[in-house]
Structures are given as structure tokens and as C-alpha cells.
Design a protein around this ligand. Structure first.
Ligand code: ADP
Ligand code: MG
Length: 339
């Protein structure tokens, strides 16, 4: 029998990183969410080779003070919560304090950051979880992350990455959703030097829909604002004339967080049933505003799954809100139903 021993911290972090970091898009998600939590109004994301060789994320948020840079990379270090009770009222996107330590464990990471109060910023380099250097440097206010060579030290994981094109697609999808959930933030996304997405940060959801989906979709939207039983739904529905061939155009956000919810999809599709042909799916960008106590965001580290306490009520509210809106006289345009 081999003897039992406690793993060293670098190994622990490498294993834990697997929970949070699956692919380049996971890193982009964590870093952009951090930028938004830091109050950034502008976020620029650049990737090379699908983000496998390089991810560069620049924000104009609050920055990290020099004396806190090291601790930001420790596991379970966060400025966002103090205790489990805080989770109920959580308004930030992050809270686990796991992202930076996880990213640093499986990449070569460089951080340049400066707060408005500091004269000089900090440049910090950490590779495979080991600090390489920390020094003062001139820098603009805000934070820039350069993340290189994902899984360079975990060949078993690197093998499972898909082609750069597929990985870039995941990054683009993710950024679309982040842009739709944060119209107040101006996003720029470049893949191998080519601009793929740009939003203005005007604060108007409709502008972002135009930037993401184009003119045809933006010209065929129905706004919705419906509230019942403590659940408010705002955003846009696509007119039945712009239904789509798959579910990818159903976008749901709960308290600013992109979520997938088969229950909400079902409710939305049921509400559209009378207005569309079979095997067609609605276009929708719906924001759900709900009291933090009614949902559990702590279901999975990637936080895409989310549980409502009263599923049936949510189903009913979505159905009613959407169905009523589609029934409003100026919108009635029944699809032709073949007999
Ligand atoms: P979490 O987001 O769960 O708090 P992270 O590991 O993602 O944990 O980040 C750790 C801490 O580092 C954050 O709580 C925050 O204080 C700081 N931080 C990370 N990214 C940024 C950023 N872009 N701007 C300002 N502070 C940041
Ligand atoms: Mg975070």
C-alpha cells in the first residue's frame, strides 16, 4: 500500500483548476466577469489560436492595489463576500475567489493593474501557480490580463481542447451573452486580429441586439416588461416572423447572469405555439429580475445552471407575460398553418 500524504499547494490548485477552467472560454468568462465586477465600462478581449496560445483582456475598472495583487491569486480569496449569508444578496458575478488561482495554475499569466489612487501600477507574472516576478510599472488605470499557453503544464487537459476555430466560437458565444447582459459596458472582441464584436456601451439592450444579431432581427423586436409575484421580465421578443431553426436564439439572464433553463425555454415556446410554425423557435432576450432569496446561484462553479425555488410559478409567469404580449392587437400576425 502506498503511504497517504497531503498534496502540495501547486498540485491542489492544478486539480481544482479543472473544476473552473475547461477551455479558453472559461478563462474569458472569469476575467470579463471580474472586469464587470470591477466597474469597468469598457472591456477589450483579444485571442490568438482560439485563446489557446493567448488571451488578452483589458478593462478600465478599479484595478487591484499593489499590496493586494499577490493575495488576489490565492485560492478562496475574494473581495466580494465575507460569509455564506452574503450569498443571498450577491450582486457581483464572482464570489468564489477561485478564478485567478485556477487560471494561474494552468497557464502563464501576466497581470498589469493600477488603481486611480496609485501613481504606479503593478506588473505580476505567475506561471503554473508559481510567482515569477512582481514589480512596479507605469500603467493606465484598470487591469490587463495576458494569459498564455493554456494547459501547457497539464498535457492531458491540453489534448482535449478542440480546434482553435471551435474554441474561438465558444469565446464569441460567451461574449455575445456578456454583452447582452451588460449593455452599459462597451465590448470589443478580436480573434487573430479580426474584429468579431463591438458594442457601444450605450446602456440600451436594443443597440446590443443590433450589434450582435444585425439589422433584420433588431427591426423585428417586441419589447416586454411584465411583472408578477416578485418576478419581473424585461427585454425583447422576436416577432413571430423572425423565428429560428434552433434554440440558440433564446437568451435568458437572471439578475444579470446568463443561464440555460429548459423550463424557461419550454414556457417561452409554449407561449409562441399559437403564433409560429412547428419546429420553429422564438428569438428572445429576456432579463429576469428576481429577489436573490428566490434563486440558488450556488449550484455549479460555472454558474450557468440556476435553480428557482418556485419553478411552476416562473413557468406560468413567463407563459402569461409572453403570450399576452404576443396577443396584443398591433402584433397579431398569425403564421400560416398548413392543413
Ligand atoms: P472572485 O471574482 O470570486 O472574487 P477571483 O479569483 O476571480 O475571485 O478574483 C479575486 C479578486 O481579485 C477579486 O475579488 C477582486 O478583488 C480582484 N480582481 C480580479 N480581477 C480584477 C479586475 N479585473 N479588476 C479589479 N479587481 C480584480
Ligand atoms: Mg471572479
Amino acid at each position: 500500500m502506498p503511504h497517504i500524504h497531503v498534496l502540495d499547494q501547486v498540485t491542489i490548485d492544478k486539480i481544482a483548476a479543472g473544476e473552473v477552467i475547461e477551455r479558453p472560454a472559461s478563462i474569458v468568462k472569469e476575467l470579463v466577469e471580474n472586469a464587470i465586477d470591477a466597474g469597468a465600462t469598457s472591456v477589450k478581449v483579444e485571442i490568438k489560436d482560439g485563446g489557446i496560445s493567448l488571451i488578452r483582456i483589458m478593462d478600465n475598472g478599479c484595478g487591484i492595489p499593489h499590496e493586494e495583487v499577490r493575495s488576489a491569486f490565492l485560492r478562496h480569496s475574494t473581495s466580494k463576500i465575507q460569509s455564506v449569508e452574503d450569498l443571498v444578496h450577491i450582486s457581483s458575478l464572482g464570489f468564489r475567489g477561485e478564478a485567478l488561482s485556477s487560471i494561474a495554475a494552468v497557464t502563464q499569466t501576466e497581470l498589469i493593474t493600477k488603481t486611480a489612487e496609485e501613481e504606479l501600477g503593478t506588473r505580476y507574472v505567475i506561471e503554473g501557480g508559481r510567482e515569477v516576478s512582481i514589480e512596479e510599472t507605469g500603467a493606465p488605470n484598470g487591469t490587463t490580463f495576458l494569459v498564455r499557453q493554456l494547459f501547457y503544464n497539464v498535457p492531458a487537459r491540453r489534448k482535449f481542447l478542440k480546434t482553435p476555430m471551435t474554441e474561438a466560437g465558444h469565446v464569441q458565444d460567451l461574449l455575445m451573452h456578456l454583452a447582452l447582459s451588460h449593455p452599459e459596458v462597451a465590448f470589443i472582441f478580436l480573434n487573430n486580429g479580426q474584429e468579431k464584436l463591438r458594442t457601444s456601451g450605450s446602456g440600451k439592450l436594443k443597440d446590443v441586439i443590433y450589434n450582435v444579431y444585425g439589422r433584420d432581427v433588431a427591426a423585428n423586436l417586441i419589447d416586454i416588461d411584465y411583472e408578477k409575484g416578485g418576478l419581473r421580465i424585461t427585454g425583447y421578443l422576436g416577432k413571430p416572423v423572425i423565428t429560428r431553426g434552433n434554440r440558440n436564439f433564446e437568451n435568458f439572464f437572471v439578475n444579470g447572469r446568463y443561464v440555460k433553463s429548459p423550463m424557461i425555454s419550454k414556457s417561452l415556446e409554449d407561449a409562441y405555439r399559437d403564433f409560429t410554425m412547428q419546429h420553429k423557435f422564438p428569438f428572445a432576450v429576456l432579463h429576469f429580475h428576481v429577489d436573490g432569496e428566490q434563486i440558488d446561484v450556488n449550484v455549479h462553479p460555472t454558474k450557468m445552471e440556476l435553480r428557482f425555488q418556485r419553478q411552476q410559478e416562473v413557468y406560468n409567469t413567463v407563459f402569461e407575460g409572453v403570450h399576452r404580449r404576443l396577443l396584443e392587437p398591433e402584433l397579431i400576425q398569425k403564421a400560416e398553418v398548413p392543413d
